[in-house]
Write a protein that binds this ligand. Sequence first.
Ligand code: SAM
Length: 316
Amino acid sequence: MPTGTVSWGWLGLLSPSTDSIACDCVRAAAANEANHYLSAYIPIHEPLASTQKQDVHDFWNAASCGENLYLDGSDRVAYEAQAQKRYALEPYILDFAHFEDSAGQRVLEIGVGLGADHQRFAEAGADLYGIDLTERAIEHTSHRMAEFGLSSELRVGDAEHLTFPDAFFDRVYSWGVLHHTPATPQALAEVWRVLKPGGRASIMIYHKWSLVGIMLWLRYALLSLRPWMSLDEIFSEYLESPGTKAYSVPAARALFAQWSVVRISTVLGHGDLLESEAGQRHRGIVLSLARRFWPRAILKRFFPALGLCMMIDAWK
Ligand SMILES: C[S@@+](CC[C@H](N)C(=O)[O-])C[C@H]1O[C@@H](n2cnc3c(N)ncnc32)[C@H](O)[C@@H]1O
């Protein structure tokens, strides 16, 4: 994801080599600390309602987004380095998140992952809450916050069934998450419910008509002699966790039909432009050639809208 977009599992599929999802960076101390914290919230051991959601859970619980590629330890230095890499690769997150505006606001982040954005909200002075479907992400983020002396109400939770009262938050933020959950409209209904009237949702979901989507289709549909495969099937099977979805701009507008103001933009990211280190880890010939000859300047000039990240700002 990219990310989240700094998860790059799909790039591995362009090459014979794969990136192991075994993780060695969560220290026992962090796990104990997080487990102690989580025991206050419990539902973590309940079976997840849908099989597909269990698959999503298992995928992200094996390694949080960007963990294998960009996190090299579990101390402040490692977390700082991961954040630096994240915002260098995806500088548009900073513009979109407007962390600095959140001072004094009650903010919920859905799908905290490794917690880089969560840390920024806390540093900005938000009254902060965060959930993630996976224990691993909550452990990472809890540990990260402790390392920096920051606080947040973190818990394992499901975006489709938020455990917060109606009209509780000034802002809900979620980067690269809600396209992974099986019932995205249900999750957005929950975002609406927990926001105060006039509250703001800042949500990034994947954009269907993107260079990443086209590349994946070329590789897994056309070059695999299955040109009948739809982009929806390609995203679902080959981009990150099973069942990942991507939306056209009109489809996203329809998802947000009940919101009072909706702003949508797409951005060419490092995945679309084959710019990140992730490509260097995978040495497949197709990817190597693509990286070398990718017409980045032309794509930026003539196809700026074909980015994977679709950023939606909406007010209740
Ligand atoms: C691509 S990662 C993004 C993480 C983080 N926002 C980032 O940008 O790095 C997707 C995250 O969404 C979480 N997730 C998926 N479905 C979810 C759900 N229904 N409720 C809460 N979190 C969910 C996953 O566990 C995973 O941590």
